[in-house]
Design a protein around this ligand. Structure first.
Ligand code: URA
Length: 433
């Protein structure tokens, strides 16, 4: 077998078999296939696509390209949750403690933010001393002991994805459904959870710009799970505005604390309740949505979810005094208010522009080795559907940089304000299981 023939076969639109896909994945991980040939095959896959069977094989070959963690020694079903990425998406930090406080076992590996999207690990690291350790034994021990762990992606897990993702990033082959689905599912399946809930985002701030593409991606990943006998379900939710009000690392952690204390933004808490109730049913803690939701709400109101968050932070060596006294988090030197230049109703908030703005203020990274300013970001004051008067506050920027004028203008332009509110802009949600 040789790689040229495999590239030509896919280039001409034919189906690849297991031996060919194995040859490619193994050969690339072992440095036997050079980047230029791997890029050519990725582009052929990007253009020609892959059928269900090929996507399943590619996922499986990537999954076994490194270590596969076994969490079966921990009693109960282990739950994982993955969002395809967005702006202001701090769901895992709220959802994890909510679910764990109700008896669910959250086993989650997270990633870092890149470009306009934030990353759970960066948000957690805005808590002083927080340790995102990558260690199998500690991971198992912690889930067993406190019911949740969120750690970094161990480099021994799914090395194929690590290499292929870096290559896709520079060869225009990221936004391909077969490649995204196999990338996400291979690492999720290698990290050992029994049940996975996917939050597939669509809209201006997401990889998938349309709800139709998000549905296709979600269905592809749910199908991969079925093939491998895992309980994989997907929610499709919009990223046509940032989630909650805060965008930027410690600003988001402060919003997480407020949410766990019962004072969260409506859209964030609603998404956590819907995702949490699905996860508690996947984990067989509850057998219907109503009871699961009731338990989640109860644990916000009685403080158990917040206590679980503190326990989680403490177990991963974070300084809990910041969670108890969020006023201790550093605040950026420059605080700039953005006011509306017209009256009306907010119809859209360009999440991509807000995410990019936060990155430019120092809150995100353009390249993987950029250093993040944990205090930088944007806090919205208005959301879709809100009425605004001319001169009213739309958002506040936080930065230690001095050149923020362009971001200020971009944030103002990110708000689409009209005389009437178009009801079709209200967010939609679909469940695929
Ligand atoms: N997230 C991933 O992990 N992989 C992709 O390909 C896209 C988003």
């Amino acid at each position: 077998m040789n790689i040229e023939e495999i590239i030509e076969k896919k280039r001409d639109g034919f189906e690849l078999n297991r031996d060919e896909i194995h040859f490619f994945v193994k050969g690339y991980v072992d440095n036997k296939i050079p980047d230029y040939q791997a890029s050519a095959l990725l582009m052929a896959i990007y253009i020609r696509g892959m059928n269900k069977k090929e996507i399943g094989i590619l996922t499986d070959e990537m999954r076994v390209s490194g270590e596969v963690w076994d969490l079966s020694s921990i009693p109960g079903l282990k739950l994982d949750k993955h969002s395809t990425g967005g702006v202001g998406d701090k769901v895992s930090l709220v959802l994890g403690p909510m679910v764990a406080s109700c008896g669910g076992k959250l086993a989650k590996m997270s990633g870092r933010g890149l470009g306009h999207t934030g990353g759970t690990l960066d948000k957690l690291e805005s808590i002083p001393n927080f340790d995102i350790y990558e260690n199998y034994e500690e991971f198992k021990e912690q889930i067993d002991k406190i019911g949740m762990a969120i750690i970094g992606q161990d480099s021994k897990i799914d090395p194929a994805d690590k290499k292929l993702y870096a290559l896709r990033d520079v060869t225009g082959t990221v936004s391909s459904i077969p490649l995204i689905a196999s990338s996400i599912m291979s690492k999720k399946l290698a990290s050992g959870a029994d049940c996975i809930l996917l939050d597939v985002k669509y809209g201006s701030g997401a990889f998938m710009k349309t709800i139709e593409d998000a549905k296709k991606l979600a269905q592809t990943m749910v199908d991969i799970g079925k093939e491998l006998n895992k309980d994989v379900r997907a929610e499709i939710t919009d990223m046509d505005q940032p989630l909650g009000f805060a965008v930027g690392n410690n600003l988001e952690v402060k919003e997480v604390i407020n949410t766990l204390k019962g004072n969260g933004p409506k859209d964030l808490i609603e998404l956590c309740l819907s995702s949490g109730s699905i996860m508690l049913q996947q984990g067989k803690i509850f057998d219907n949505e109503e009871d699961a939701r009731k338990a989640l709400i109860e644990n916000i109101n009685n403080g158990k979810a917040f206590e679980k968050f503190k326990e989680f932070v403490k177990t991963q060596k974070g300084d809990v005094s910041y969670i108890e006294h969020p006023e201790k988090f550093p605040v950026a030197k420059n605080i700039i208010e953005v006011y509306s230049n017209k009256s009306g109703f907010v119809n859209k908030i360009n999440a991509l522009a807000i995410g990019k703005g936060s990155m430019e203020l120092g809150g995100g990274r353009e390249k993987l080795d950029d250093i993040i300013d944990m205090s930088a970001g944007i806090v919205l004051n208005k959301k879709i559907g809100d009425e605004v008067k001319e001169g009213e506050l739309l958002a506040t920027l936080y930065t230690n940089k001095e050149n923020y004028e362009k971001v200020k203008e971009d944030v103002l332009n990110a708000f689409l304000i009209d005389n009437v509110f178009d009801e079709s802009n209200i967010s939609k949600k679909i469940l695929i299981d």
